[in-house]
Design a protein around this ligand. Structure first.
Ligand SMILES: *Cc1c(COP(=O)(O)O)cnc(C)c1O
Length: 400
């Protein structure tokens, strides 16, 4: 196969900054990013020196500021101001805080609008949020009816920017404008966007956003997540999880709650220092990475795998237009589970999403064009020889 792809790779030096096992082509960095080489030493330092030797003094030597400091480091990847981002809690918890805050800021508007087929936690958390706010309700519609579903009762539109299954990407500026036209707030879930595609939250006029630390950001399993609140909302929105770490003066130990100014009010409890240490290494790596260059390379990687899968006869469910997708690719096949198992046995790690999706992350920091080409050849071979029919790949209980 001949490609007119641009294979210059300014990101190639980054490959050595990751510790990937030999013989593995890792196409699942969109689900759990791999280990940066600098992470074990940083986590060991946090445990042995900071915790072991500094003990309680650690809180005054960087721990207490970690949520704000890491938020500032993440902000450039979001197209946000450093003062608009905080790191902490999980994406699910941050979604809950943002949704309830959005419902409470405009009591005359009672509806959360979201898309059917959204990532499960988004809809589950929205269900939980409306149950906590009197009169609130959740309106879930197919994605082509989202704009028409907005109206005078809409408090907030909740969308996942890049869809976890199909990689379909919403037009952020257009949907944000549609939400605003209806008088609603716009809340984006960026779990499959951050570290994958360039983002401009401030430029698009976004109100609220959340996302993951452990996918494209490479912050480690269960890494702290993030929350973005546009500057103009910061004094008006408040967290329903009014914990002491979000208090204006946590160490005054007052009975009554007074939210801190700025992003600190979104903190609830004590930050997870060890998880923060791992995520900070990853964010420092990102600080040396040009996301625009990463996205250019990701598009070339995507085309290589798209061509291989399509040539093998697979149905690609991800939009071909780079403006309409993120950085992973999904193929639909009734035997997608067995196909993914067969690929894993051959060193190509992707994942399966029920009922019939084989999904592959094209992550340009540590994948080369040659590796993705090799993965494509293996995919082609597994399909052409029907290697996936082997009995060992038929067990649906197998964990991927
Ligand atoms: C991965 C992902 C999450 C994860 O939420 P957690 O609270 O970290 O489990 C949430 N939303 C979307 C869209 C995701 O892709």
């Amino acid at each position: 196969m001949t490609h007119s792809l641009d294979r210059t790779d300014p990101l190639a030096p980054l490959r050595d900054r990751f510790a990937l096992p030999d013989g593995v082509i890792y196409l699942d960095g969109n689900s759990l990013g791999p280990l940066p080489r600098a992470t074990p030493a940083a986590v060991a330092d946090a445990v042995e020196r900071q915790w072991g030797e500094r003990l309680i003094r650690g809180w005054n030597e960087g721990w207490i500021d970690a949520p704000v400091r890491l938020g500032g480091k993440l902000a450039p990847l979001l197209g946000a101001g450093a003062h608009e981002v905080i790191v902490g809690d999980s994406t699910s918890a941050n979604l809950f805080k943002a949704l309830v805050a959005a419902l409470r800021v405009s009591p005359e508007r009672r509806t959360i609008v979201s898309e059917a087929g959204n990532f499960p936690t988004d809809l589950h958390i929205a269900e939980g949020a409306v149950a906590c706010v009197p009169g609130a309700r959740l309106h879930v519609v197919p994605c082509d009816e989202v704009a028409a579903a907005l109206g005078p009762d809409t408090a907030v539109l909740l969308l996942t920017h890049v869809h976890y299954k199909t990689a379909r990407r919403w037009n952020m500026a257009a949907l944000t404008a549609a939400a605003h036209e209806a008088g609603a707030l716009m809340l984006w879930d960026l779990s499959h966007s951050v570290g994958a595609v360039p983002l401009d939250l401030d430029g698009a006029g976004v109100d609220l956003a959340v996302g993951c630390g452990y996918k494209y950001l490479n912050g480690g399993p269960g890494a702290p997540a993030f929350l973005y609140v546009a500057q103009r909302w910061q004094d008006r929105l408040a967290s329903p999880l009014s914990g002491w770490m979000g208090h204006a003066e946590p160490f005054a130990f007052a009975d009554a709650y007074h939210p801190a100014p700025g992003m600190k009010r979104w903190l609830a409890g004590t930050p997870p220092v060890l998880g923060m240490a791992a995520l900070e290494v990853a964010l420092d790596l990102w600080a040396q990475t040009d996301i625009a260059a990463a996205w250019v390379k990701a598009q070339a990687l995507w085309t290589i795998l798209a061509d291989a899968g399509t040539a093998a006869g697979l149905e690609c469910v991800t939009p071909a237009d780079p403006a309409e997708r993120g950085s992973h690719i999904s193929f639909r096949h009734p035997q997608a589970h067995a196909i993914v198992q067969a690929l894993i046995a051959r060193g190509v790690i992707g994942d399966f999403r029920a009922p019939d999706i084989a999904r592959f992350g094209l992550t340009p920091l540590y994948l080369s064009h040659a590796e993705v080409e090799r993965a494509g050849a293996i995919l082609h071979e597994v399909i052409a020889t029907e290697a996936w029919r082997a009995p060992e790949y038929q067990n649906r209980q197998a964990v991927t």
